[in-house]
Design a protein around this ligand. Sequence first.
Ligand code: ISE
Length: 336
Amino acid sequence: MSRSVNVGVIGTGGMGGRHASNLTYMVAAAEVTAIMDVDSKRAEEIAARCGGAIIYNEAEQLISSPEVDAVVIAAPNRFHAELTRACIAAGKPVLCEKPLATDGVEARGVIDAEVAGGRRLVQVGLMRQFDPAHVAVKRVSDSGAQGNALVFRSVHINPSSDEVPSLGDVITGSLIHDIHSARWMMGDEIVRVHTSFIPFSSDRPDSARYVMVQLEFANGALGGLECNADAGYGYEIEVSITGETGVVRSSPLQSPVVRHSNASGQWVEEDWLQRFNEAYIIEVQAWVQSILDGEATGPSAWDGYVSILAADACIESGERGQPVSLDLPGKPELYG
Ligand code: ISE
């Protein structure tokens, strides 16, 4: 492989378009050489923006193309697992947007394929791991300066929802990030969850406007995750870890504080593309570097799999109105 990574991007709406731009303009040693999107107009626009990438009509053609060293999968969720397995079969590193699959069975198929190949090729887009604010909170907690970590908390505010989301949509689409943050930042596994939620209306009891999940970790620590699916004012994420002698908490807003006309205020980000702008660049830069180094880093397929198992348990708990315990399968050696 040359010292620049040729990347093919499958799915260029929202996240795929952002990854394609970041890889082209913000990241060293990467070039977007191929695009696949069912929307041909969008494929042409993004290909032109990336300096004339080849457009493929089929994802499989892109994956097997000699012009492609590595693949970004940002197609709809239902295609994630199958396309990731195709990349593993082709021996190509892949950055798959979250969730890795639509359920635990599909995700297990990815794990089995990667383990059978004997080499880590998959990074999952659980990108909080690259967000400087999350990293800073973890660093303070890990330093031991406030004793052992007792409680993890995350508050996830979405501005609005295009469609009325179900409990499953909120947990698999949004809270899955916080599930991963909880595991990664506490360095421990979630063993029990208890979900409560408020639906949008009484005639849509399956919908979820506000979701709260209580967590128990293997070592006895606790956690709380909250997601407001329709806050109506902007996008915010706040994480904190309470230790034995203190608490470390991210600043909810990154913007400067402005005082004017006897008032003080802060601008609230519109959405996650604004809030995590820097994290997305760091994420793809780290992914490209890991390919050049020949050593996968970042959230693994195992992280993607375990997050889905935990998400499924949170959904089951919310539906049954009872706590649900998780019995995690043994971790294959490939994942350390
Ligand atoms: C979105 O898909 C994301 O990945 C964002 O990070 C998350 O905060 C948002 O809730 C999701 O809808």
